[in-house]
Design a protein around this ligand. Structure first.
Ligand SMILES: [Zn+2]
Length: 310
């Protein structure tokens, strides 16, 4: 599942930054790609999706989540049959959650950087983002290396352990060799092991055993971890952060190819609106403001939880 969005830049030459985010197995935001274009047009979105596709390759049943931008719709409508895509146009608050802009993620969100950095020149903006990625990759690589559980601790492992605790109060009734009815006080589930499904649908959606599948695994003495997607395993988590990201070197050390050096890059044609540039984005419906007390300064200040576009 990939969430895509664009945020308008506020530097001298304006422009739009396109961002594609996913989640890693430990439920942290995993930035996949970002790019800068002049405007949110069909051509610029097409360029970004083409580059994204080159970077991630073929992914069967890939789900793309975005807002209902006309250009995204136009581009994805052409790409759906080619790339085997499923597209969800989500509302602002849902996208915020999916893209890690909810309260618990906002501090580490790439958007918290963009909120302040989008007034910077492009090179400095990219530098800020790269520095953030260097920090994230280093921290998470060490977390994954020191992890001793089978699945990532914050999501898969935590959920499975909680579900294992619930098994004692469930009753498993064998229907046939493949199907089992799990009697649970509040919600029964019919588990089918031939197609790895449960009538509660949690197993199919999360790709992680729901409480009914956990109960069936215990009943059959099958290792419950074998039913979890490899997406949640510690190994996949480690692989995701195995490559290092390096900070941008000073301009003099750049190795620029000759055909790029010889190109003349003109600034985009930006329409300059009268008046002072707006820095604070107007929140969408569903986004609110929360008040936080800062104990150190003994000041009460308003902290805005921001969402798309910034
Ligand atoms: Zn279930």
């Amino acid at each position: 599942m990939i969430a895509v969005d664009a945020t308008h830049l506020k530097s001298k030459y304006k422009g739009v930054m396109f961002v594609a985010n996913a989640f890693d197995g430990n439920r942290n935001i995993y930035p996949l790609a970002f790019g800068i274009g002049d405007l949110e047009t069909d051509a610029s979105w097409h360029w970004f999706f083409t580059k994204l596709h080159e970077a991630i390759g073929e992914c069967p049943n890939l789900v793309i989540i975005s807002d209902r931008n006309v250009s995204i719709e136009n581009v994805l409508r052409n790409l759906i049959p080619l790339l085997n895509l499923i597209v969800i146009f989500a509302r602002s608050s849902e996208r915020n959650m999916l893209q890690g802009r909810c309260k618990e993620h906002v501090a580490e969100s790439i958007y918290s950087i963009l909120r302040f950095a989008r007034t910077l020149r492009v090179v400095h903006l990219i530098g800020k983002i790269i520095n953030l990625l260097v920090k994230w990759f280093t921290e998470r690589r060490e977390l994954a290396l020191n992890c001793t559980t089978t699945l990532c601790p914050n999501f898969g492992e935590k959920k499975l352990r909680n579900r294992l605790e619930d098994v004692a109060r469930m009753n498993v009734v064998k229907v046939n060799n493949a199907q089992f009815n799990v009697l649970d006080g509040d919600m029964d589930g019919l588990v089918d092991l031939t197609n790895n499904s449960c009538s509660c649908r949690k197993f199919q959606l999360e790709q992680l055993p729901c409480k009914h599948v956990v109960a069936v695994c215990c009943f059959l003495k099958v290792n419950v971890y074998s039913k979890a997607s490899r997406y949640y395993t510690r190994k996949t988590w480690m692989d995701a952060y195995s490559d290092s990201i390096y900070p941008i070197q000073p301009h003099g050390m750049w190795d620029i190819l000759e055909d790029i050096r010889s190109r003349v890059v003109l600034p985009p044609i930006a329409r300059v609106m009268p008046g002072r540039r707006k820095k604070i984005r107007i929140p969408s419906q569903g986004e609110g403001t929360i008040r936080r007390k800062c104990s150190r300064l003994l000041l009460l200040f308003e902290c805005e939880i921001k969402g798309p576009g910034m």
